[in-house]
Design a protein. Structure first.
Length: 245
């Protein structure tokens, strides 16, 4: 019974450790490993490791191969560019709907809900990058949901899930936490005034600045991680497998 009680905390600990390794590029996109590799490094059984990996798979960070281990999902920057463009289209359309006629009540509720998080005194702003990243996702999801198109909201959720691996670099290694508070506050002020054109302009610039920064960070940190590893050049070598320890 004790082992079962401990399992959730061990699984969560394994999840956090692996996620941090991926976000810090200690595990590079394309790296392959097994459950045994992780279990040995963390000193736990394979069951909580498997549970952690399934969570990471749900986050879109790793993918499993039947009887052939796991892989950190490779990054395709061109695909991320396309997803960011789609995200901008969905969110700006949602903003225009929210600022349209007959949506004053829903818009007021949205602004009041988000104001409590984002338009706070500087001293009350959070500094935890992971938590701010989660709240940032929730901010943008709330805008699309409030617009009242469930199909658009479902697509937006899919886009959010797919860009999470690089989007959160902005909060782990960048300097955009303070900027995010400022920019979200400005967007909310425009929404409060039902100024759709200003809200769209601010939102578009906010998303584009974030896209440019995470693209820069991703390229920079991948290069740093790869040049720090000494690997012999082997023609036609199989996919890289990362050994822990």
């Amino acid at each position: 019974m004790t082992v079962r009680a401990d399992r959730p905390s061990r699984s969560h600990g394994a999840y956090q450790s692996l996620r941090d390794d991926i976000f810090a590029f200690r595990l590079l996109p394309g790296d392959r490993f097994t459950e045994n590799d992780v279990a040995e490094r963390l000193g736990i059984s394979r069951t909580p490791v498997r549970e952690a990996l399934l969570r990471l798979q749900g986050d879109g960070l790793v993918r499993g191969y039947y009887r052939n281990g796991w892989e950190v999902v490779p990054l395709d920057l061109a695909r991320f560019e396309a997803l960011y463009e789609l995200r901008t289209m969905l969110e700006t359309h949602a903003v225009m709907r929210l600022c349209g006629a007959g949506r004053a009540d829903g818009l007021a509720r949205l602004v009041a809900e988000l104001d409590a998080i984002w338009r706070v005194p500087v001293a009350e702003r959070l500094a935890d990058g992971q938590r701010v990243a989660e709240l940032d996702e929730a901010f943008h999801l709330a805008i699309v949901h409030a617009a009242g198109n469930p199909e658009a909201a479902a697509v937006h959720q899919q886009v959010t899930d797919r860009i999470r691996i690089i989007r959160r670099l902005d909060f782990a290694f960048g300097t955009r936490i303070s900027l995010t508070y400022d920019e979200h506050g400005a967007i909310l002020a425009a929404l409060e005034a039902a100024d759709g054109q200003r809200a769209v302009a601010l939102l578009s610039a906010h998303i584009e600045d974030g896209r440019a920064e995470v693209s820069r960070l991703t390229t920079e940190r991948l290069e740093q991680a790869r040049t720090s590893l000494v690997r012999p050049k082997v023609p036609n070598a199989p996919a890289r497998r990362r050994r822990f320890g």
